[in-house]
Design a protein around this ligand. Structure first.
Ligand code: AMP
Length: 588
């Protein structure tokens, strides 16, 4: 039997254990379907030891019998009290490590004696030594301690792509770290690190908890804060809503039976939009971006030196985090390796290499293309109806389902066209349209009637697009088979060239196909199209200042002209005349 060395991410909030078997990286389930062990320990009513989820569940009610975030105390010569007894931080950490070891042994059916354990890049020698001791107490020889950003880079295989510099942005539950790493011939060197030991997804939960407390105060005139059990429930509801908001434009903070007031049960049910939530957490995200710049200057680098951003930590699934990073650093962050698991995976990869194996790769199914729809928004300073709104970004692991909120533009708007595109261009019309449908029969409402559009892409490349009127539940959807094997931009251009080539051959041989003898000369036809372009531009400029009804007419007129640009001249001329009449009337 070969010696298996496990990789362990011993985190502040959560821990994971991973191994490499038959060349594949496996994060071992700690319970059916769950691969994350909360980093909490506790003592139950009957005196038995609790590790993970049960310890987390009792934390709010019995903090004196529970310990969390022990990682923050590693390296301190201090005693931690649990159920009236003193423990060293190493001993508490060892309880988590021991549980992970037991889980791994049960999973693979053989004893495990060695581990690679990860620590933050900023950990001092004393903190590293304490981690090593915790391993030993748990019966594990710690063959190597590696930095968390190094493990992340291994999981993302960044080191295989030649010399480069990566920014590892790690936002967990309670800590934030950003590291600048240099990757060269399989060696990962941490150049600089910065962060905040008390910033993470838990702060996002707290904002939602405050929101719910205010709501309950206003609606039921009740202060929930003194009620520990209700606060624990609120905590769960807030985290669930936060996670929903990563994929959906709205979430409901709900708890059936939060507490009683004068013998009457109080239920919590309050909706929050992603926009409201993002406003609450924006200052935290801004703080992380400042830390990014501190780390960059610590490494003597600028944004332009960074080749890629690697996302680590569950809270990086927050769309605002990804959007702000992309805007600040001008590149889409990489998120294809599960951010909760990538550090453990990297530790397992390092362990496999130490055990004498080849560095395995992490296999993930991702979409190679971006899919999205269009909306009316500002584009180059002007209102434009075909602003691209990507819903499923390139390199997102599949299966995936993402939703966005949209609004009707006109009062009484009864239908909305949903166009489905594949591509990256901010102008939707430059992407490849792969489907369209109309949702009709919307209720008679003022402009701003909310609609939710959902893109669900499965492992077989089948894309289902659904539009739902939020207030009535009216839905319409289409299914696009083979969405990920469609033409890509390059292939499309190639195909176009090939067809053009065939046509020009034919034209040379027998004149332009499909044109009668009286057809307009090619020059006139081209001029007409240039005029059409100018007309569209003018119409789009007017769109910003037009009233809602006029804007609807304008959008229809513009679309009609665009539809005919590739068609016969006579039809194009007709559509242009209609639009020109409209412009004349609006200009007047
Ligand atoms: P970690 O310490 O890396 O396991 O990260 C845990 C944090 O990530 C917790 O605050 C979780 O609530 C948060 N988290 C997990 N999944 C999501 C998600 N889909 N969207 C936003 N935050 C998440």
């Amino acid at each position: 039997m070969t010696d298996i060395i496990v990789g362990i991410d011993l985190g502040t909030t959560n821990s994971e254990v991973a191994i490499v078997r038959e060349g594949r990286v496996e994060v071992i389930p700690v319970a059916p379907g769950v691969r994350i062990l909360p980093s909490l320990v506790g003592v139950a009513d009957d005196g038995s030891l609790l590790v993970g989820e049960p310890a987390r569940n009792q934390y709010a009610l019995h903090p004196e019998r529970s310990v969390r975030s022990i990682k923050r105390r590693m390296g301190e010569y201090t005693a931690v009290q649990m159920a009236g007894k003193d423990y060293s931080p190493q001993e508490i950490s060892a309880m988590i490590l021991r549980r992970l070891r037991d889980i791994a042994e049960a999973h693979i059916g053989q004893p495990i004696g060695k581990a690679v354990i990860t620590v933050p890049a900023y950990f001092s020698d004393a903190q590293r030594q304490a981690t090593r001791e915790a391993g030993e107490i748990a019966g594990l020889e710690v063959v190597r301690i590696i930095n968390e950003p190094t493990a992340a880079a291994l999981a993302y295989e960044s080191c295989h792509s030649g010399a480069r510099k990566a920014l590892v942005y790690d936002l967990g539950g309670g800590t934030f770290d950003v590291s600048v790493v240099n990757l060269e011939s399989d060696v990962v060197e941490v150049l600089a690190s910065h962060g905040n030991n008390h910033l993470g997804g838990d702060d996002f939960d707290d904002k939602l908890i405050t929101f719910a407390i205010d709501h309950l105060q206003a609606q039921h005139d009740i202060d929930v804060r003194p009620h520990a059990q209700a606060m624990a429930r609120l905590q769960h509801a807030a985290e669930a809503a936060k996670i929903t908001l990563s994929d959906e434009p709205y979430a409901t903070l709900a708890e059936e039976y939060l507490l009683e007031k004068d013998g009457v049960p109080i239920h919590l049910s309050v909706e929050i939009s992603r926009d409201e939530y993002e406003e609450m957490i924006e200052p935290y995200v801004a703080e992380t971006l400042e830390a990014v710049h501190v780390a960059l200057s610590g490494a003597g680098l600028t944004v332009a030196d960074i080749n890629e951003i690697l996302l680590v930590g569950g809270a990086t699934r927050t769309p605002l985090v990804q959007r702000r990073l992309e805007r600040e650093l001008g590149m889409q962050p990489r998120a294809e390796v599960d951010p909760d698991l990538c550090v453990a995976m990297g530790a397992a990869i390092q362990a496999a290499v130490i055990a004498g194996g080849k560095a395995p790769t992490v296999l993930v199914d991702v979409t190679p293309y971006t899919f999205g729809t269009n909306a009316l928004d500002y584009f180059n300073g002007e209102m434009y109806p075909y602003c691209y709104v990507p819903l499923v970004r390139r390199n997102t692991p599949i299966p995936v389902s993402k939703s966005e909120g949209f609004c009707t533009v006109f009062d009484g708007q009864s239908k909305v066209d949903i166009n489905v595109y594949q591509g990256e261009d901010p102008d939707a019309l430059n992407n490849i349209e792969i489907g369209r449908f109309t949702i009709e029969g919307l209720r008679d409402a003022p402009a701003g009637n909310p609609l939710i559009t959902t893109f669900s892409l499965d492992l077989n490349g089948i894309l289902e697009v659904t539009a739902r009127e939020k207030n009535t539940g009216l839905v319409h959807s289409i299914t696009i088979d083979n969405a990920i094997s469609r033409f890509t931009g390059d292939k499309l251009a190639e195909a176009r060239q090939r067809i053009d080539g065939l046509f020009s051959d034919q034209e040379n041989a027998e004149g332009r196909p499909g044109e009668s003898a009286e057809a307009a000369p090619a020059d006139d036809s081209r001029r007409l199209r240039v005029e059409a372009g100018a007309l569209i531009e003018k119409a789009e400029r007017l769109l910003a200042s037009a009233g809602t009804e006029d804007a609807e007419d304008l959008v229809n007129g513009i679309e009609a002209v665009k539809d005919q640009v590739g068609g016969p001249d006579a039809n194009l001329k007709k559509a242009m005349d209609t639009l020109a009449d409209l412009l004349y009337y609006l200009d007047a």
